[in-house]
Design a protein around this ligand. Structure first.
Ligand code: DAH
Length: 341
């Protein structure tokens, strides 16, 4: 009987060493010490032994039981410690790794350029005036002195709505009329930044939605020199001190005379390069003296008042300044572009 007990103890201790988790030590407990365990079975059968044998075997069996209970406690403690070690190792953090930068949002490139331009013009005394993106045909064309058959009115240029004569503005110039009609006969200096829409094919050079800033100054003795000074100052602040500008004669129905304005190439300084197509100049805007018909439509007497106006594409300025060669990038939501510009 004692030999059987010794063998059971050896086997139990070996099995306990093999138990690698708390679950396995639980199973071990049921196998040997539990209610239906093998040592328990032996202890229960002591009654069948002879009087002489019983105390000896009983004593030894109880010693083994205590030894196994002691061994189980130790094994459970070390298995628990090992489990903690494994968890810690699995969740270990390498504190020497470099940190990750949080991704920061930023202003859209169009907004950056718009704010920059508005700041420059505000500081010259222009006030921002809000005007609607949805206009009547009259404000967008008629009151700006477009003849009824002007090609700009054609279907392919304008987005119409289901309401007769209601369109999406094709430029910010109709805002001139809103500002004039609000303030006439006071002198005004306003800028009108905002979205415009044109029903055109989308290409690297034209989007169907884009932004412009319109400028308008009306007063008693406003001359072409004022326009020149304003635009030269703008070009110097926007594109760098010492920039030159040049005026080319042009035509817009709402200005007379009308000009297109170039700045000397910001890349080559006028020598000729790819950006300026070897001309040395970059076109930045259209401008002119407000046409007497437009002054009258706005509520100003052309015999008493004169004014200048200009209009420029915001994405175009951003493209020139930041070397972007495709306007479609602005509205295709590619973060590689949005984060870079
Ligand atoms: N509205 C013109 C366009 O979209 C730009 C323009 C030209 C605005 C001359 C003006 C101006 O105020 O005087 O092409």
């Amino acid at each position: 009987m004692n030999g059987q007990l010794e063998a059971l103890q050896q086997e139990a201790l070996a099995a306990l060493t093999a138990a690698q988790s708390l679950t396995e030590t639980e199973a071990w407990y049921h196998e040997y010490l539990g209610r239906k365990g093998r040592l328990t079975a032996i202890l229960r059968s002591l009654g069948q032994l002879s009087k002489e044998e019983r105390p000896l075997v009983g004593k030894r069996a109880n010693e083994i039981k205590e030894a196994l209970e002691q061994a189980l406690k130790q094994r459970q403690e070390s298995v628990a410690a090992e489990e903690i070690q494994r968890t810690l190792a699995a969740e270990a953090v390498d504190v020497t790794l470099p940190g990750r930068r949080p991704i920061l949002g930023k202003l859209h490139p169009t907004n950056q350029a718009m704010r920059e331009m508005v700041e420059i013009l505000k500081q010259m005394g222009f006030q921002v005036f809000d005007s609607p993106e949805v206009e009547t045909d009259d404000y967008n064309f008629g009151l700006l002195n477009f003849p009824p058959d002007h090609p700009a009115r054609e279907m392919q240029d304008t987005f119409f709505t289901t309401r007769p004569n209601v369109i999406l503005r094709t430029h910010t110039s109709p805002g001139q009329l809103h500002a004039m009609r609000k303030y006439a006969p006071e002198p005004i200096r306003v800028i009108l930044p905002g979205k415009c829409y044109r029903n055109e094919d989308v290409t690297a050079r034209s989007e169907m939605m884009f932004y412009q800033i319109e400028g308008l100054a009306i007063g008693h003795r406003i001359t072409f020199s004022d326009l020149k000074g304003t635009l030269l100052n703008f070009a110097n602040q926007m594109y760098g001190e010492g920039r030159k500008i040049r005026f080319r004669k042009s035509y817009f129905p709402f200005t007379e005379p009308s000009v297109e304005v170039d700045v000397d190439c910001i890349l080559c300084g006028g020598a000729g390069c790819r950006l300026c197509k070897q001309t040395g100049w970059l076109e930045i805007l259209g401008a002119g003296m407000v046409h007497p018909v437009v002054l009258k439509n706005g509520g100003y007497d052309p015999a008493v008042f004169s004014g200048f106006a200009f209009g420029m594409g915001i994405e175009r300025q951003a493209m020139l300044k930041r070397g972007v060669d495709d306007i479609r990038l602005f509205y295709s939501n590619d973060v590689r572009f949005l984060a870079r510009v």
